[in-house]
Ligand binder design. Structure first.
Ligand code: CS2
Length: 506
């Protein structure tokens, strides 16, 4: 049995593996992080590790919280919170390069579902100064189209009645903050690191809406004392595979049960409004602090995540397993490239054309990274939560200015077509989406409506039903130009397939 990566084995790692050079026994917790998935461990946690190393301020240790699954806790506890980040890409001669760093900032991992009260206590811990989140889009219990709290969400309903055993992210935050206030403790910063538009503002409005049902005084306290910076986060981090575990364990010479793998590129832009201090995340060129993160967020959601989702849906329909395979399909690449240049970039005012050009080129190179196979299914999942801010906002802006939305609408059509659960060769795949049941009904209803219509009206009728799904499309279902284009694209996808559809729209 191989020795485990932990405090004891840390000094014996090979010399080419970077590791924390600060004294971990002096680390104290300053951050509670909800959602300790691979993304956080490859992004904020490593930035915190490097910031503590550079500044010598060791008061920003992370108490990680998994909301439901015990898997990360079970993997990292025997490792004293240590894990490896492997940054992978292809070198100039096509060889794979991999740089390893063992990350030291995670002190402990807890599972909210097992002991929610312990998490509330941690939020109400005097030393906690930041509560950060990467709970993915669906973790906010909000309606994707409007950003409003979904009062019919079973977890939210549960949490209104169970202040000591909250299950939702919003419930956990509000009851944790209530405890802080009750104990006369100073306020904290709530830092969302998810791919939502105005992630800090969205989180703030959800927390305040829930708090208002709990206690008006608490709402006022949160509103006047706590801060919610908006932030833009960027690094491609596919889920860890067994091959990654084995390869990394072999290189370390000790077993790491849950390393994470990502690309070397990373970007983090944060509004500098912290209620009780922050780590020196800007040290070593990690994060950039700004007054207003909105332009960076818009740029990233539209020019990275929108095209990423587009490659995922079109690629999945062609039976591609990875994003890299989609990027290597020339017709797809030409289409997405044209969509970025001609329809997305013009909506990003205030960023010079040359900057956008460079950004587009770099994104296409990033997702073509041969050393980082990213399953299309991972990017395609949770479309109902992603499509609004990745594609529909851009369409809305262009409709407002009377500009062409051909290509963006094909990307949306690809998502809707993907929801049928079958690729072009008849291969079946599972739809992973928190709204999966409603979406299945929607797709079925659209088919019934199309079949009941005159043949010349069928495509339009189908598109009307689909785009009438308000939680995702909001008012866009009423935009006749969008609905007509959607109808035409869906019909082309059905009759002639993906390659024909993208070639016709490029
Ligand atoms: C991806 C993102 O899974 C997805 O939906 O589009 O996770 C993407 O890799 C990151 O946002 C890149 O920063």
């Amino acid at each position: 049995m191989l020795e485990r990566l932990n405090t004891e084995s840390l000094p014996r790692l090979p010399a080419d593996v970077e590791k924390p050079i600060y004294d971990r026994s002096r680390l104290t917790p300053g951050i509670v992080h909800l959602g300790l998935g691979a993304f956080h461990r490859a992004h904020q946690a490593v930035m915190t590790d490097l910031a503590m190393q550079a500044s010598g301020d060791l008061s920003w240790g992370i108490l990680g919280v998994s909301l439901r699954s015990a898997a990360t806790r079970d993997a990292l506890t025997p490792q004293d919170g240590l894990y490896t980040l492997a940054l992978r890409d292809g070198g100039p001669d096509g060889e794979t390069r991999e740089q390893l760093r063992v990350v030291g900032s995670v002190l402990r991992v807890m599972v909210a579902e097992e002991d929610p009260n312990a998490v509330l206590e941690r939020i109400a811990y005097p030393q906690t100064r930041i509560v950060s989140l990467t709970v993915t889009e669906k973790g906010y219990s909000h309606e994707p189209a409007t950003g409003h709290l979904r009062w019919d969400d079973p977890d939210i309903l549960h949490d209104l009645d169970n202040p000591h055993r909250p299950r939702s992210t919003i419930g956990i935050l509000v009851y944790g903050l209530a405890l802080r206030r009750e104990r006369g403790l100073p306020p904290v910063t709530l830092l969302s690191c998810d791919n939502l538009r105005g992630n800090g503002d969205t989180l703030r409005s959800l927390v305040l809406a829930f708090a208002l049902r709990v206690d008006v005084g608490l709402t006022h306290w949160i509103d006047t004392h706590c801060t919610f910076p908006n932030s833009m986060v960027d690094r491609i981090v596919p889920g860890t595979g067994d091959d990654d575990r084995q390869r990394i364990t072999q290189r370390l010479g000790v077993q790491d049960a849950w390393p994470v793998v990502g690309e070397p590129y990373m970007n983090w832009v944060i509004e500098d409004k912290f209620a009780a201090g922050r780590p020196a995340w800007e040290s070593h060129g990690g994060a950039t602090f700004v007054r207003n993160a909105a332009p960076y967020e818009r740029l990233k959601l539209r020019m990275v995540n929108g095209p990423h989702s587009t490659f995922a849906y079109l690629g999945a329909l062609l039976g591609h397993q990875t994003i890299c395979q989609s990027v290597q399909t020339p017709a797809l690449c030409r289409f997405v490239d044209a969509m970025m240049r001609l329809e997305i970039a013009p909506t990003l005012k205030g960023i010079p054309d040359s900057g956008l050009e460079e950004y587009r080129r770099r994104f296409l190179a990033r997702i073509a990274n041969p050393a980082l196979p990213h399953p299309t299914s991972q990017v395609a999942m949770d479309g109902s939560q992603k499509v609004p801010q990745r594609l529909l906002d851009t369409i809305r802006d262009r409709l407002r200015t009377g500009d062409d939305i051909q290509r963006l609408t094909l990307a949306v059509a690809a998502w809707l077509h993907y929801l049928r659960g079958e690729d072009e060769s008849g291969g079946r795949y599972k739809i992973q989406d928190p709204m999966v049941a409603r979406l299945a009904k929607l797709v079925a209803r659209a088919e019934v409506a199309a079949r009941a219509s005159a043949p010349s009206q069928a495509a339009h009728r189908r598109a009307m039903v689909l785009s009438g799904f308000k939680p995702v499309f909001g008012d866009l279902g009423g935009a006749s130009e969008f609905v007509s284009l959607l109808a035409a694209h869906l019909e082309t996808l059905r009759q002639h397939g993906v390659i024909h559809a993208v070639e016709a729209a490029t």
